[in-house]
Design a protein around this ligand. Sequence first.
Ligand SMILES: *Cc1c(COP(=O)(O)O)cnc(C)c1O
Length: 402
Amino acid sequence: MAAVDAPTSEETIALFDQYVIPNYRRYPVCLVRGAGSAIWDAEGREYLDFFPGWGCNLLGHCPPRVVDAVRDQVGRLIHVPNTWYMEAQGRFAEALSKRSFGGQSFFCNSGAEANEAAIKLARAHGATSKKYKIVTMEHGFHGRTYAALTATAQPKYHAGFEPLVPGFTYVPHNDLEAAAAAIDAETAAVLIEPIQGEGGIRLPAAGYLEGLRSLCDQRGALLILDEVQTGLGRTGKWFAYQHYNIEPDVLTCAKALAGGIAAGVMIARREIAATFKPGMHASTFGGNPIACRAGLAAIETIDQDGLLDRAGAIGARFNARLEAIRSAHPDLVREIRIKGAMIGVELSIDASKIVEMCLERRLLVNATHVNVIRLLPALTILDDQIDRGCAILAEVVAKIAG
Ligand SMILES: *Cc1c(COP(=O)(O)O)cnc(C)c1O
């Protein structure tokens, strides 16, 4: 509950206008407290959150085990640099390795940084055989730092920031022939999201990831999977690649990695990880004890509460509700794309109107790629909350349909 003398949303907005760089489009609401899939603003209004923390709050707002682990850790040790050993980082790396492909971890603080690390590792690994090119997919998203931005094959994010990093090649997504033409003897790596998130929840075509894997093997390129959005259980498996018949050489994860605490990781096969010698790459805050304790608590929560299976059930329930909306309004709602708790609703109109109408009804959803509503609900969401939010969506769509 907001304290009596706590600032109003309006007062906080005035502070931002004065002192915060306006590089985000923000809704005029100041959020103060959350629990699970509910969140409250400074005026005490409650919202139902279908997009908690932009996918970072995979376990909902303030998941109890994560809160307890962080509270305990800040009283012991807040930060120690990577010139020392710390138990939590070792245990977190072990937990991630055992849930993926047995690789080793480099820790950082965000998705972009994890992808920077992966791109640097791929270039360093390919250097002796003169491999430097990085192939990425159109409509992909890999972050805003320079190499991650260059890897992001969307002109709207590049505008104004040229010249970009040399050596990147873009191919259409889900087009194996185009990839085969682009991957050559100088290709160090192919970097791809197994499911495109920001690009509108685009699932891989049958055989596409498997095809990329064999192209990489044939031509001596690494396969890097950007699981910044899909990783740590979002899709119903620990990592999305586990739905397909492949393993990557390198994987990146961030967003949901540590229960909402800032954290990123690059996991690489041991032989490839060995390319990084002491001093070649670093992150001051990477793998700090708070983030690693939070990550371990997130993994424990998913394990003990059976949340990987729950992701599948959440996807199925959303699918039933959203398909009903689509069949009632087929010319407005074109397609539903779902993998676990990763949900895209493609419309024939701009989705931002729907986001605003949902906000008026205190339901938080996201619009991406112009005409796609993106939902990344918490794995702890209740059936009743799914039904309530979908009823709001149905009402909004019906209202727009007239
Ligand atoms: C969000 C995202 C990133 C960037 O992560 P940041 O933590 O914002 O740097 C990279 N890749 C994918 C797939 C993402 O969804």
